[in-house]
Design a protein around this ligand. Sequence first.
Ligand code: EPZ
Length: 415
Amino acid sequence: MSVIHIRGRHGLNGEIRIQGSKNGVLPIMAGALLHRGTTVITNVPIIQDVLCMMGILEYLGCHCTLEDHTAVIDATYAEVAPVPCAMSGQMRSSVMLLGPMLGRFRLAVSRHPGGCCLGNRPVNLHLDAFRALGAQIRTEGEQICVFANRLHPATIRFPYPSVGATENAILAAAAVSGATRILGAAREPEIEMLCAFLGSMGAKITGGGTSCILIEGGVSLHDSTFEVNGDRIVAGTYLGALLRSGGRLLLRGAAASQMEESLRLLSSMGMEIAVRPEGILAKMSGRPCACDFSTGPYPEFPTDLQPVMMAGCASADGESRIRENVFEKRFSCAEELRKLGASIIIEDRFARVKGRHPLHGARVQAKDLRGGAALVAAGLAAEGETFVEGYEHISRGYEDISRDLAQAGAEIALE
Ligand code: EPZ
């Protein structure tokens, strides 16, 4: 198993090109299934979750290629088939295939999706949306079967703005003739991206990125080419790394307009940030100030950046407080950060982090994707050598975190 080996306490200086968005591209790839033809997606990150999604699409009869960050998905001959457990269990986004399969075939079968262990991750809101459109649901153990003789447009009201459920509702409704309204929709930029992608295929959708989305479904779709935006979470991860390492980074392709709350928090901790046409330019010197923040649905601070900010707080000047509002169990990297010398007390959904300087190197274990990236960020700021195990979690979402950071002057390698 690969291990990331870091010799800490080198500043970050240089430029990193931000990869395409993981959480943007996965529902888009699922959406390609709606069209009996060819979809070209550019700026696709080469990460495990994308490869897994391609594997599932091929299993369903699509013809897929991925070259130079461009995916070509021909879904002409796709067929309905139960997504095997070994595939759906690998990532949460396999659940995103239920919506387009239901829309296209009126039948979708999958296992309860896998993904990072962040606590209980039910799919009740996804299933409620399908029911509202006229589908029936049968669950047997881990198997979910969604089917309908006839689907009809509906008003879908979400009591919580779930990202995945909003995406699934859009994907299913795009194939249902008539006007469907989604109220209480999630407003994440990845949803706006999905709506823009479906629009590029001919779908008629308005309101993506707001809490009320209108889908005029059932229109015929055509071949299209769509470019995925830069990954705001990867950009935030590298800013989180800079927070403690210090230095000057240009993040090429980072979309500052999607990161307002994150940039505000980083500035409050002492980072100088300038938004440039080509991306984000950030400078950091000295120890970060402690901070107080909580996570929430967009436009609030993203839960996906909470672990890397926790790593920043671990060596900040003073005591920081974090409240995790989105997932039940998203403090799993705290235990590993303690091995690097961090002082973190967890009480339910709260974390109290007393900044210590410097942290020291150790052998640590990534237990989930963003927690793993946070350990890498912490290792960069620690005295001595850090070994981060569990690379299989990190490679689900980061194309090559060691390459990117080494390019900016870090002493880091994948071994
Ligand atoms: C998406 O997950 C992202 N994944 C996550 O990114 C991200 O952390 C999350 O949104 C929140 O921003 C992808 O886009 C592939 P949710 P998703 O449905 O769709 C509860 C990463 O690190 N809920 O908005 O699963 C749920 O339990 C990943 O890149 C229900 O109760 O998130 C959670 O507490 C991890 N019932 C909250 O809502 C449901 O049916 C938010 O989940 C669905 C969700």
